[in-house]
Design a protein around this ligand. Sequence first.
Ligand SMILES: *[C@@H]1O[C@H](CO)[C@@H](O)[C@H](O)[C@H]1NC(C)=O
Ligand SMILES: [Zn+2]
Length: 587
Amino acid sequence: MPAHTLLFWATLPILLGVVLYQIGPHVLIPASVHEYAGFKVLRSLFEETHCFASVTTLSTGLPKAECFSVTNGRFSRVFNDDLIKQDASYDAVKDTRSGYVYPGLWDGHGHLIQYGELLNSVNLFGSGSMAEVQDRLVKYKADHPEEGTHQKWIRGVGWDQANFNGNWPSLSDLEIDEAFKDQYVMLDRVDVHCIWVSQKVLDLLPSPLPEVPAGGEIVAKGVFCDNAMEMVLEHYPKPDKDRKSKFVKDAMIELNKLGIVGMHDAGVVPVDLDLYEHLSDDADWTVRVNAMVECNERNTFCPRDVKKVSTPNGMFHVRSVKLFGDGALGSWGSAMIDPYSDKKTSTGSLLVNATMLSALTQNWAAQGFQVNIHAIGDLANRLAIDAFEISLKLQCPDITNLRQCQQEKFRFRIEHAQIIHPDDQRRMLELGIIPSIQPTHATSDMGYAESRLGEQRTADEAYRMRSLLPLGPVLGSDFPVEPASIFEGMYAATTRRSPRTGLDPSGGKTGWYPEETLTVEDALKGFTINPAFGAFLNGNAGVIQEGAWADWVVLDQPLEGLDLEDLRKVTVRETWVGGKLVYQRRD
Ligand SMILES: *[C@@H]1O[C@H](CO)[C@@H](O)[C@H](O)[C@H]1NC(C)=O
Ligand SMILES: [Zn+2]
């Protein structure tokens, strides 16, 4: 018998064992085989087992465990400690049992490239004076000498004129020293509603300046607010592919530090979807991304520019589209049924009319896309629900059970879902429409929301959380608009107080409309299994159970029973994605 034939026959049982093992030891192989010693050796070759003080699985079968095994980037079994004591073949990491494990965290609404862009800009948050702003700019420039050109402006964010004795900054404040002469600089105000630019940037605009558009204002020389920002932004050099790739990877490093293993990117244009798909094969793509399509022109139907994606490694997914109903509450841009309480002449503005919104929803749904509509004001929310209801009636075979059809096939979502008329809250509950909520938006807006909306409307409609709990709200941060920390979001949801100050708008500890708080457990679900369901990734993500992706975080103490004041300061010890360690805190 030739040597290679002999080798074939000799290795066949091993190969067969490997194949059997890979296709699923617990499904196909009878229990008796599990006891066979050779099988145990084989298992230990492919399986890695981890044990901890406790493992919160969020799985209904076994809510609490102590150990799990990982095979091929997925959990292959989840079990209690006593099992391991009887079976020495488990290659358990026995000395790291001090941590508390939870499913890897997901942010249900964020913006990846923009977050990376923020990380690559001057951090002006908390700067207490103009001198401090200038000092930070000089330091940044020294570290990034290549920035400040026509092609690569110096970007910054976080200034606040309240810290300049109430005076708006101006062009001349940016002529700090010789190195700053002739620099292209653009700095966002703390709320990103104004930008402050240098002389070089201003020189790009026509002179004299064109008329300022409605809803915009130039508040000082070089400071453009709200709709006036577009006059500058059209000259901003869009980052190229390499720069965007850097933004994405820098963002992922930061997100992993926060225990985040996955995120829903709320609006990605076709060229960036291609970039993501390409990058998602790389070893340093360490956050699972579920991207919502945003057509090159907002609120259009562009099925030829995009395709549904689910990469074999589970790191990148596309099967939803983002539409935009209205603007923000802070600038009176959200579309309201009745006028604003502090601006009686205005009901805000819709970005798309009802006919168009329904037609777009219907067209995308017919192509098998989940439709996620940005809606803040109660009119925008009503029109979004109308659009969903019409589409469900047209698409679902059994018109008497739209809710089930919505759950199984469409999972239509409302992004932000901030101000919703009680009638429409009921309709959402009936139809099972998923609210995608950012708890820190509630605490950032709580200082002025009541003046915009009046007492009654605030009490009945605004920033619902517990009222919408039966819908399995997807929670997120909207980073970089708010900090990406999930624990700050959980704190905002469970206390309705600012994660920054720990206080409600009256400076107390009661919380803003505390009847809308969530429990820690429900908030945790909002950042794990609910975003998984809201992305059609349930069973794979947000849970520790056999067959799910092996994504988890290790904390120093259990979240249950933690003093809520400590919640906002929780840091993660380790983050694991697909069975690989992607972040480890240095103590
Ligand atoms: C809605 O908007 C579309 C596109 O902007 C426009 O063609 C249409 O006439 C509008 N319909 C109504 C009823 O205003
Ligand atoms: Zn957003």
